[in-house]
Each structure stands twice: as structure tokens, then as C-alpha cells.
Design a protein around this ligand. Structure first.
Ligand code: CAA
Length: 258
């Protein structure tokens, strides 16, 4: 496995774990962190022995945002020519389901990283926000687009325009968070959810994620057409035959990921 300096990477069963590890900067997302997360997630994605990925941080911070100290002296031209944040698109494009296990601060780029994942499990200590307005800028890793889709215009606008944080309970009510769990149980719960997902057939997981993505990106009629095609294509997999035979025979399916 590749050597990483800003993240910890391990495999538990069929689940790949990525733990942000810059405690001195509350896991602020600098360019190196972005490259390492993308590399680790892409490697897991290319490995059919992996059926789910968990991204987590520390108890105190999932990630407190993009690295302000790295960005401070940049010009607009530097940002454009360096395609600052552009690499995150490769993380969002990972086909394997990704769970964000969020404890503590998920601010700015941290909240945006969580929103690039498919499921957000939050510790009751979690705090979410897009505080970029306090720095004289705006969200730059998808916050102005994904937050609206998650919580609706008015909640997103209030958060982005005031920069205030919301706690885990409010984030769950708003629909940003899949589920809130006691902080001490966060990683176990993330592991349980990830194991559950990883036990399914990979082709159907890829298809489900592609259909969910389509719902975010396309008009309804186009999304429905896409869903029907993808649904039909799964009937050419051995796992569809196995899944339906197992139901009829009242046993657990034995998926082969093909
Ligand atoms: N970038 C760089 N360093 C950061 C950081 C960030 N986003 N967030 C925290 N740190 C550093 C602090 O500078 C501090 O380092 P030093 O000890 O060397 O000074 C260390 O992490 C600990 O932070 P604090 O002492 O500030 O801890 P705290 O408990 O007092 O406060 C906090 C915690 C409220 C999260 C506060 O650190 C904070 O407000 N951080 C910045 C949050 C923010 O503005 N995020 C948005 C960044 S811009 C962005 O993300 C753009 C985008 O859309 C992609």
C-alpha cells in the first residue's frame, strides 16, 4: 500500500478506511491531503475486494475546512492555473459507496468533503457549517451547490450567508445527515453500515450510486429513463439471478460481484 503522510489508510474485511490525520491543523484540507485522499479512495475503488469506503477524522474535527494558510497568499490566477480543489472531482467520482463518519468540526471544505460522500453519519458532537463568508470568500468545493440539494435553498442560504455552524441534531433535521449517533459509537456504527453495504453485489452498488447521482444532476424524466436502463442491465448479472433465487429458496444470497 502507498505511503501517506496526512491520512491513515487500512482495510478491514471488505471495507477501506481513510482517516484524516493532521491533528495540528484540525485536519485542514491542503493540496497534499486532497491528493492522498483521492489516491487512497481511487485505489480502494479499483479493488473489487472493497465494497465500501469510510472517511473519518478525529474526535475533535472531521475537517475544519480547506487549509486557509495554504490559500491565503494565492492570487485568482494561481487558483485558476493550479485548478485549486479541481482534484476533488476524482473523489466524488468514486463508484464504491463512501460513508463520512463525522465527529467534531465539519466546516467549509470539511462539510463539502462530507457532502461528496453517499452517507453522512454524525456523532452528536458534530458541527457543520460553511464559514467561508467570514474569510471574505465563498464555498469552493461544492458547498453552494450540494448544500442546497441537501437542505433546500433557504437553509443553505442562511448557513452560507451568515457562516454560522449547526449542530448534529439540526443537521439531521435539515436532511444533511443520514443519522446521528452517540460520539463513542460513531466508528463502530460506521463500520456496521459499511459492512452491510460491502456485503451486497458490487455491480448493483455501482448502479445504485450512479442512479442516486443522476437524481442530483438530471431532470426527472431523464433520471427515470436512466434508472430503467440501469435496472434492466442488472438482469445480465449472475448476482441478480443469485439474489432472486436466494429469496425464493429462503436463504442468504452468495454474491460473486459479477
Ligand atoms: N486551515 C488552516 N489551519 C486551520 C484551519 C483551516 N481551515 N482550521 C483550523 N486550523 C488550525 C489553526 O490555525 C490552529 O493552528 P495553530 O495552533 O498553528 O494556530 C489549529 O488548527 C487549531 O485551531 P484553533 O486554535 O483555531 O482551534 P479552536 O478550537 O479555537 O477553533 C475552529 C476551532 C472553530 C474550527 C477554528 O479553528 C476555525 O474557525 N477554523 C477555520 C474554519 C473555516 O473557516 N473553515 C473554512 C475554510 S475555507 C474553505 O474551506 C474553502 C472551501 O470552500 C473549500
Amino acid at each position: 500500500m502507498a505511503e501517506y503522510e496526512t491520512i491513515l489508510v487500512e482495510t478491514r474485511g471488505r471495507v477501506g478506511w481513510i482517516t484524516l490525520n493532521r491533528p495540528e491543523a484540525l485536519n485542514a484540507l491542503n493540496t497534499q491531503v486532497m491528493r492522498e485522499i483521492v489516491a487512497a479512495a481511487s485505489a480502494f475503488d479499483a479493488d473489487t475486494a472493497i465494497g465500501a469506503i469510510v472517511v473519518t477524522g478525529s474526535e475533535r474535527a472531521f475537517a475544519a475546512g480547506a487549509d486557509i494558510k495554504e490559500m491565503e497568499s494565492q492570487t485568482g490566477l494561481d487558483m485558476v492555473m493550479g485548478d485549486h480543489f479541481g482534484g476533488w472531482a476524482d473523489f466524488a467520482a468514486v463508484r464504491t459507496p463512501v460513508i463520512a463518519a463525522v465527529s467534531g468540526y465539519a466546516l467549509g471544505g470539511g462539510c463539502e468533503l462530507a457532502m461528496m460522500c453517499d452517507i453522512i453519519l454524525a456523532a452528536d458532537s458534530a458541527k457543520f457549517g460553511q464559514p467561508e463568508i467570514n474569510l471574505g470568500v465563498i464555498p469552493g468545493m461544492g458547498g453552494s451547490q450540494r448544500l442546497i440539494r441537501a437542505v433546500g435553498y433557504y437553509k443553505a442560504a442562511e448557513l452560507i450567508l451568515t457562516g454560522r455552524m449547526m449542530d448534529a441534531a439540526e443537521a439531521e433535521r435539515a436532511g444533511l445527515v443520514s443519522r446521528v449517533v452517540p460520539a463513542a459509537e460513531l466508528l463502530d456504527e460506521a463500520g456496521t453500515v459499511a459492512d452491510t453495504i460491502a456485503s451486497k453485489s458490487l455491480p448493483s452498488l455501482y448502479a445504485a450510486k450512479a442512479a442516486l447521482d443522476a437524481a442530483m444532476e438530471t431532470p426527472l424524466a431523464e433520471g427515470l429513463r436512466f434508472e430503467r436502463h440501469v435496472f434492466a442491465s442488472l438482469f445480465d448479472t449472475a448476482d441478480q439471478k443469485e439474489g432472486m433465487a436466494a429469496f425464493r429458496e429462503k436463504r442468504s444470497p452468495d454474491f460473486q460481484n459479477r
